[in-house]
Structures are given as structure tokens and as C-alpha cells.
Design a protein around this ligand. Structure first.
Ligand code: 4AD
Ligand code: MG
Length: 462
């Protein structure tokens, strides 16, 4: 079928051209002599009006072309007198693929709440909002590769099934083929994973960082981009149990290089949506008023604020407002603290560095003060933490000490320690939660609305 996408029709088709389009009916209006169908095909926020001379098509066919129906139309492009559209299509012939019962089709023309749309995850991509979100998500995914490939980074594919717990937070989904009703037990009465598929206990990866490190220690600069899984019982608008993460890792780099990369990367993502997604951004801005194209433009050029954790704590202690969670040196920052820094103090993204060692992961490099590590979190307005990263501990003895202190089993990580035994070098990287980025640039309030099939506690629709 020689089909032309509606995005292309609106961009390039000239009056008089004969073309074939395919799509789903958004709405139908029937007059005595003519029927008007509004057709969308997912390629753009915009729709194409199709005008059908009622005398040329069977009445039954026209009656079946109700909202939701899938069809193809061949016709002549003509310039449109209607406002808001440049061209329309005068139908010559049409074919219905699949009708949609107008009575039961859940997506009616009237606006639906996001909560309602969440219940019909399989149909919501057909709505204006989710069409926009998923096109922006796609543009961002392409821009991620373009950014890193353009800088000479190599895309490393790290495993989904792994035997390590990178973040040490124990938020793991176990992968097993053992009989869950009668699992084999060892002499201590615990499940004997030696008899499991891999001969040891395995999980879904919470991060690809540790494997990314050994790739960077050979290839120089790498990035990962893949799904990660956390069995975190967080029922929030910012947490998913399955999310996509982008993790660059650079050999011969320190924390300042890492922060510079994070900043340049986020600016490039802003520039990418402005370049590729203006129509969708305009729709979301008008519909929800949670993003502003002008602000994304400012962000694409902005210098982020940078301060240390210790300075951030001082800033929070000076705050005129009170917080639900207490602020004290040594305690992790809560999202209310992060938002105070981004939304109230700096009004732009903020990079907080050098956190207390006891609240950060084992692999982070100990600073000379002996009590902080070379960590950084990039905090974004509305979202809070969007990136977490660090310079890695490249000194074997210090890494071993930190692992012992944090009860990280060294026996399982000899390969990781080898990287410090053979040709160790300073290196640094970060992880960006892809859905948080999409949330940030679409303005969607709930992270469940920026991924096709959200997974969260008690939530897996299909
Ligand atoms: O800060 P995190 O836990 O860092 C790491 O995983 C490091 N291994 C990254 C690295 O240095 N290579 O996670 C990184 C980012 C967070 O800043 C956040 O954006 C996102 O991943 N994230 C989540 N996004 C959605 N749902 C969740 N449950 C998330 N947990 C983390
Ligand atoms: Mg983090």
C-alpha cells in the first residue's frame, strides 16, 4: 500500500496531488450531501479532514466510519478553507478495515481524565495527550543516541539478568526457575540456588553501571540505554518498578567532568525536543500548563547551579519554610528539600555534589576529607532527582575497605576489584532515569503516564 503519513501530507502535499492515507477516525460529521471525517494516524498531533461526497459511497459504509474505526482513503489534496489546517482530502475511494462500536468505544471526543486513560493503557496512545508523550519519548530516545554517538561514546549492552546488586539497596526481583511450591533447601534451611537455572541466585538488573565500568575500562567512553528493575515499594508519581536508564561511563574522568557531561546532555535533550516536537509541546503546554516552550528554550542554554551537599544543608537550614523531614548533615535529602533548592532557591536545575559517604553506594570515591564521597545528584525543577552519578573509587585498598564497611560481599565482586588491580584509572559516570526526563520535558505529573505499560506495586495491567 502506497500510504502517505499524515505528518508528511501536511508538510509537503500540494493541492491536486492524489494520495492514499490510512488512519483512525477521530470524529465524524454528516451533512446531507457530504460527510466529514477527521483522521489521525499517530505520525503527528495534527489530523487530516477527509471530505466524502455522500453520493459516491454506500450509506452503510459511511455509517460504519464512526470514531475509532480504521480505514484507508485515496483522494485528491485540496487547500482547506477551514481554520487550523492547510489542506484536506477529497475522497475518491475508501475502504474500511475495522469498525468500532460507537456505543462502547472508550475514547470519545470529549476529554478524558488521565486516571481514566491509565485504565485503558492499550487504547490511550490514540489520545492526543499520549500520542504527544510517546512521540516526544521517541524523539528523546533518538536524541540520546545522537548525543553520545556524536561525542564518540560506544553503546554498551549490559545484562538484564545479573548476579550482583549494584546499588546495594536490596530492591531486587529474583529470576528463578525453581519450583516455588517446593524449592530445594540447603543444609541451613535456605533456598538452594545452586540448583537454580544459573547455579546461583540471580536478579533483574537495577543498573548496568558495574558492567558499564569494565566496558569503559577498555573502550574509554561508553553509555548504556536499557530497562532496569527495582522492587522498591514506592507508590509515588516518580517511581516505577521497570524503567529505562541511560548510564554513561567515562575513563580518565573525574566528578567535575561528570557534572559537565550531565549538564551538556540535559541541555541537548531540551534542544532536541524543541527541534523535533514543537507541535506536541504546544499541545501539552496549552492542555496542562505544566511546561512552557519558552522555559525549555531558556533551559537549553542554562548553566546549572552547583553546590556541595554541605552547602545545600546550610541553605536548607536557612529556609524560611518548614519541612516535614528534618534537615541535618548526614541525612539524605528528601524530595521536599530537593524541590526547595530547584523551585524556590535557584529556579533551575541544581547539581549537588560530595554527599556523606554513609548515605551513598559502595563504589563512590572517598574524598580527601574522609567523610564525603565524589557523588553528584542533578535535581530538576518539579521532578527532583533526575540524575545520580559519581566518580568511582579506583584505589583497590580504599574500595576494599569501603566494601567491608558496607557489608558488600567481596567474593562476588572479584571481577570488579580486578578493574582496580589491572590498569586502574580514574573514571566517572551517571545514571539518568529516562522516564523522569520524559516527565520533565512533557510536564506529565505522573511517571506512569510517560511509559506505555507502567509497572509499579500492585500494577501490571497486562
Ligand atoms: O541514583 P540511582 O540509583 O543511580 C544508579 O543507579 C547508578 N548506578 C547510576 C550510575 O552512576 N551509573 O539511579 C539513577 C537515576 C535516578 O537519578 C532516577 O532518575 C532514576 O535513575 N531512577 C528511577 N526512575 C524511575 N523509577 C525508579 N524507581 C527509579 N529509581 C531511580
Ligand atoms: Mg540516586
Amino acid at each position: 500500500m502506497q500510504r502517505v503519513r499524515i505528518a508528511k501530507v501536511l508538510e509537503a502535499s500540494k493541492p491536486g496531488e492524489v494520495i492514499t492515507v490510512c488512519g483512525w477516525v477521530r470524529s465524524k460529521r454528516e451533512g446531507k450531501a457530504f460527510a466529514f471525517l477527521v483522521l489521525g494516524d499517530g505520525s503527528t498531533q495534527e489530523t487530516l479532514q477527509v471530505i466524502i461526497d455522500a453520493g459516491t459511497q454506500p450509506a452503510e459504509l459511511l455509517s460504519q466510519c464512526s470514531t475509532g474505526a480504521a480505514l484507508t482513503v485515496t483522494g485528491t489534496v485540496s487547500s482547506s478553507p477551514g481554520k487550523g489546517q492547510s489542506v484536506e482530502l477529497q475522497a475518491k475511494s475508501m475502504k474500511l478495515f475495522g469498525g468500532a462500536d460507537a456505543e462502547t468505544y472508550p475514547l470519545q471526543k470529549k476529554g478524558h481524565t488521565l486516571e481514566f486513560l491509565r485504565e485503558i493503557a492499550h487504547l490511550r496512545p490514540r489520545s492526543n495527550t499520549f500520542g504527544a508523550v510517546f512521540r516526544i519519548r521517541n524523539a528523546l530516545a533518538a536524541a540520546v543516541h545522537e548525543f553520545f554517538q556524536g561525542k564518540g561514546f560506544i553503546w554498551a549492552h549490559t545484562p538484564i539478568i545479573t548476579a550482583n546488586d549494584c546499588e546495594g539497596a536490596g530492591e531486587l526481583f529474583t529470576v528463578t526457575t525453581l519450583d516455588l511450591k517446593h524449592p530445594p533447601l540447603n543444609e541451613h534451611g535456605q533456598i538452594d540456588f545452586k540448583q537454580d537455572f544459573f547455579g546461583k541466585q540471580t536478579h533483574l538488573a537495577v543498573s548496568g553501571q558495574l558492567e558499564g565500568e569494565f566496558m569503559a575500562m577498555a573502550l574509554g567512553d561508553i553509555y548504556t540505554f536499557g530497562p532496569t528493575f527495582r522492587a522498591e515499594n514506592s507508590n509515588t508519581t516518580r517511581h516505577l518498578a521497570e524503567f529505562w536508564m541511560i548510564e554513561p561511563e567515562m575513563a580518565f574522568a573525574d566528578l567535575a567532568d561528570d557534572a559537565d557531561l550531565a549538564e551538556e546532555f540535559l541541555r541537548a535533550m531540551c534542544a532536541a525536543v524543541l527541534k523535533h516536537c514543537v507541535k506536541d509541546l504546544e499541545f501539552l503546554e496549552k492542555q496542562y500548563k505544566t511546561i512552557s516552550i519558552a522555559e525549555i528554550g531558556v533551559l537549553a542554554e542554562a548553566k546549572f547551579a552547583r553546590l556541595t551537599y554541605t552547602e545545600a544543608v546550610k541553605e536548607l537550614e536557612r529556609a524560611k519554610q518548614s519541612f516535614e523531614f528534618p534537615v541535618a548533615w548526614g541525612k539524605d535529602l528528601q524530595s521536599e528539600h530537593e524541590r526547595y533548592l530547584t523551585d524556590t532557591v535557584f529556579k533551575k536545575p541544581v547539581i549537588v555534589t560530595d554527599y556523606p559517604e554513609q548515605i551513598k553506594a559502595f563504589y563512590m570515591r572517598l574524598n580527601d576529607d574522609g567523610r564525603t564521597v565524589a557523588a553528584m545528584d542533578v535535581l530538576a525543577p518539579r521532578i527532583g532527582e533526575i540524575i545520580g552519578g559519581s566518580q568511582r573509587e579506583e584505589r583497590l585498598d580504599l574500595l576494599q575497605q569501603r566494601m567491608a564497611k558496607m557489608d558488600v560481599p567481596a567474593a562476588d565482586l572479584q571481577w570488579y576489584l580486578d578493574l582496580r588491580r589491572y590498569g586502574s584509572a580514574p573514571h566517572a559516570g551517571f545514571g539518568l532515569g529516562f522516564e523522569r526526563l520524559v516527565q520533565y520535558l512533557t510536564g506529565m505529573g505522573n511517571i506512569r503516564d510517560v511509559i506505555a505499560c507502567p509497572r509499579a506495586p500492585q500494577l501490571v495491567a497486562f
